[in-house]
Design a protein around this ligand. Structure first.
Ligand SMILES: Nc1ncnc2c1ncn2[C@@H]1O[C@H](COP(=O)(O)OP(=O)(O)OP(=O)(O)O)[C@@H](O)[C@H]1O
Ligand SMILES: [Mg+2]
Length: 456
């Protein structure tokens, strides 16, 4: 190889190496460029996605706002419904109360069997209307969170006894057996709401049973008490367990198929569900078609203590306690509604009570001053009087004037939380309208007996 050829070979090698380096560097530049391009496109994508996300977020915010507005509107509608129902029910319950009291008096003065039968029918219709209105009102109040439990120790024996006396006649008419087992147990609950819960379930147990009957019992397991209402009735399909707690839902087979008695509205268990939620009671249901059903309620166990209101309900229907009779009792009745006042007057007179009637504070003071020695043994006052006067205030004034805590009952269509509190502090009994004559009589007899015990 000549020197020139060697030089040429060397130069070619150098050239190749240089070319390779150039190519490599161009490649690298190309990568950097494509990376740069990728970065740009990624940024573009990120920007696009961010844009999409922002608009989705904005959509969400918009629909959230719409939801909040809809919720507020629904709450407002619910509130208006509650207020409407409360107002309507109050206005309807007032005359209904008077009508029921008058019917009770009217039926006692009937001389023919036909007259008595007709009176009973009218009374029954009025009571049905009363139950319906009361249930609707109560349900809407439970929905609105307007019902707050009055927690106390509740004797299950007392509760079961009163349920037994309410339902034994119904069981007899249907040829069924109602067994109630006394256990001596107590629970921590609201006696009125618990009673109402069990009543609804027992009513169903008797209504949807053809043969056999129902058993109401309780048992303790640790710190819990289980109340069970079992029946040997038609049973409920498991798929319907949820449905039956929805308002106005009734399963195919109603009482019409069983005994021809009037059908329910499908409100009983809807109210039960709301009440057990409010009372924090665990409710379970077991049932088999054709074999029967068992509703079980689980509540906190409570040590026994004697409570006065329970005593009052235990004496229900008694005319004479500790030798004290209602006849001859002096009662001051304060009521602004003339029809209600007259109805109450007729009823109390029938029981042989001596009365003074008033419709306001002024008339009350007049009634007490007109005859020096007349001091009432008991006071019955309507809570909502004219000119914003309250029954509880008039009672307080009378008690101050006479210087003694005269036993008193406030009657109202819709007792509020405040009234319960006021009544609690002022030791005033609260009774819901329409007043049931038997309950009123039992309460008045009890109050009269208690006050003579205290003054003895
Ligand atoms: N113990 C039971 N046995 C069989 N079916 C029952 C029983 N309790 C409830 N059901 C069914 O559940 C439905 C709903 O009961 P719910 O108490 O709510 O209404 P209702 O008894 O029809 O009417 P209401 O109680 O308002 O007078 C009833 O119609 C009935 O079909
Ligand atoms: Mg029912």
């Amino acid at each position: 190889m000549t020197e020139a050829q060697t030089e040429l070979h060397k130069l070619r090698k150098i050239n190749r190496a240089l070319m390779e380096r150039v190519e490599l560097s161009m490649d690298q530049q190309g990568n950097a460029y494509s990376l740069f391009q990728t970065a740009i496109s990624l940024e573009e994508q990120v920007r696009r996605r961010t844009g999409e996300l922002s608009s989705t977020l904005a959509d969400l915010e918009r629909s959230n706002l719409q939801l909040i507005n809809a919720k507020e509107a629904a709450e407002q509608a619910n509130f208006s419904k509650t207020r409407f129902l409360a107002a309507a029910s109050h206005d309807v319950l007032q005359p209904l109360n008077a009508a029921l009291l008058l019917m009770s008096t009217l039926s006692t003065v009937q001389s023919t069997a036909e007259g008595t039968r007709l009176c009973r029918q009218v009374e029954h219709s009025l009571e049905t209307m009363d139950t319906l209105l009361r249930n609707l009102l109560y349900m809407s109040r439970l929905d609105a969170g307007d019902v707050r439990p009055h927690w106390q120790t509740v004797s299950l024996d007392m509760l079961f006894d009163s349920i037994a006396s309410d339902f034994q006649p119904i069981a007899q008419v249907r040829n069924l057996e109602l067994r109630v087992r006394r256990t001596g147990l107590h629970v921590w609950s609201d006696p009125t709401m618990l009673r109402r819960t069990i009543q609804n379930i027992v009513a169903n147990a008797l209504r949807y049973t053809r043969q056999g009957g129902a058993l109401l019992t309780a048992g303790r397991r640790g710190e819990k008490v289980h109340i069970r209402i079992a029946d040997t009735g038609i049973g409920i399909e498991p798929e319907r367990f949820k449905d039956i707690f929805v308002e106005f839902q009734r399963c195919g087979q109603g009482p019409d198929d069983l005994d021809g008695s009037s059908a329910g509205l499908g409100l009983g268990l809807a109210i039960v569900e709301r009440m057990v939620n409010t009372l924090d009671i665990n409710l379970t249901l077991n049932s088999r078609i054709g074999y029967g059903s068992c509703f079980s309620l689980t509540l906190p166990f409570e040590q026994a203590v004697e409570d006065a209101p329970a005593k009052a309900s235990a004496t229900r229907g008694t005319d004479k306690i500790n030798g004290v009779k209602l006849a001859g009792t002096r009662i001051l009745v304060i009521e602004n509604d003339l029809a209600a006042l007259q109805a109450m007057e007729a009823l109390l007179k029938q029981w042989g009570c001596e009365l003074r009637l008033a419709s306001s504070t002024r008339e009350t003071l007049g009634a007490l001053n007109s005859e020096n020695a007349w001091v009432p043994d008991l006071i019955i006052a309507d809570q909502h009087l004219n000119n914003n006067e309250r029954g509880t205030s008039v009672i307080r004034i009378v008690r101050q004037l006479i210087g003694r805590r005269i036993p008193a009952v406030v009657v109202t269509a819709d007792p509020s939380e405040r009234l319960w509190k006021m009544a609690d502090q002022g030791r005033i009994e609260v009774m819901q309208k329409p007043v049931k004559p038997a309950q009123l009589r039992a309460l008045l007899t009890h109050l009269r007996a208690r006050s003579s015990e205290l003054s003895a």
